[in-house]
Design a binder for this molecule. Structure first.
Ligand code: SAM
Length: 247
């Protein structure tokens, strides 16, 4: 998959994507990143990309022309059918299901804003979707773009080894993850749940599902409502609740 990022700080994107499993995937060509800096599409000596807002008020607004030229160049290097996503605090909340969908797109252009944001006419004309990574305001769209790239890249075949499979992570099945443990088995009076050291794979799978159901019920009940449960899962959750009530 090819991903293009339109950003005033391309170095931030390149530097962050050198690290960890996503960095290795990039090195191995599982996906490709190209950055387009709107300043390269200006024709004045100061490489101006922003101007004062109409109507007054603090801050600056990114101008249409350099942003549009950068996006159009980015689209030009991507396969047909690629989508253009603007990162904005008031966009649609980015979720795992959107990462899964995007993973199947031929290409993706992520557009990072700065300052007060970008001239609305650019959004109206050049953007397919607006995504937010949460209800808080960051200084720029680069970190949100990196969040989106990381979430998508780990779903691409070959990014994660089988030992790190994305199939067993939070939200992959509409549930949050179960708790994880490693050595030592006993630590300061707290033992790892016995079933995990039992070698009984069916019992381990059952315990993990029960924990995932229980944690989702405790932490993200709306996810459980959205997902629904089988009869067996309902029983497991009841058992989890009873166990908790006894503690
Ligand atoms: N005036 C904007 C507002 O009140 O929503 C905030 C602009 S913010 C300082 C600069 C840029 O950061 C935005 O244009 C957007 O690209 C990015 N940004 C900030 N918070 C974000 C979030 N939660 N999700 C996605 N992008 C965000």
């Amino acid at each position: 998959m090819r991903i293009a990022v339109v950003s005033l700080f391309p170095q931030m994107i390149h530097d962050a994507l050198r690290i960890g499993v996503v960095g290795r995937a990039l090195e191995r060509g599982i996906f490709q990143i190209d950055c387009f800096d709107p300043r390269d599409y200006t024709d004045d000596i100061h490489r101006t990309v922003d101007d004062r807002p109409f109507g007054g008020g603090p801050g600056m607004v990114l101008k249409v022309e350099p942003m549009r030229s950068a996006v159009r160049d980015a689209v030009g290097v991507l396969p047909p059918g690629s989508r253009r996503v603007y990162l904005g605090a008031d966009g649609r909340r980015f979720e795992q299901s959107m990462a899964r969908e995007a993973c199947a797109w031929p290409g993706l252009v992520l557009i990072a804003g700065r300052y007060e944001g970008v001239d609305e006419r650019f959004i109206e004309q050049e953007i397919d979707e607006e995504w937010s990574i949460g209800d808080y305001v960051l200084s720029g769209g680069e970190l949100p773009a990196l969040v989106v790239i990381d979430a998508i890249a780990r779903l691409m075949p070959g990014t994660l080894g089988s030992s790190e499979s994305a199939l067993q992570e939070s939200f992959s099945d509409g549930l949050v993850d179960w708790p994880h443990y490693t050595r030592p088995q006993a630590l300061e009076g707290r033992d790892v749940p016995a079933v995990l050291a039992s070698g009984d794979h069916a019992a381990i799978a059952r315990w993990r599902l029960q924990q995932a159901l229980g944690r989702t019920w405790l932490r993200r009940p709306e996810l459980l409502e959205r997902r629904g449960m089988s009869d067996e899962e309902r029983e497991l959750l009841e058992e989890f609740k009873n166990e908790r009530a006894r503690q």
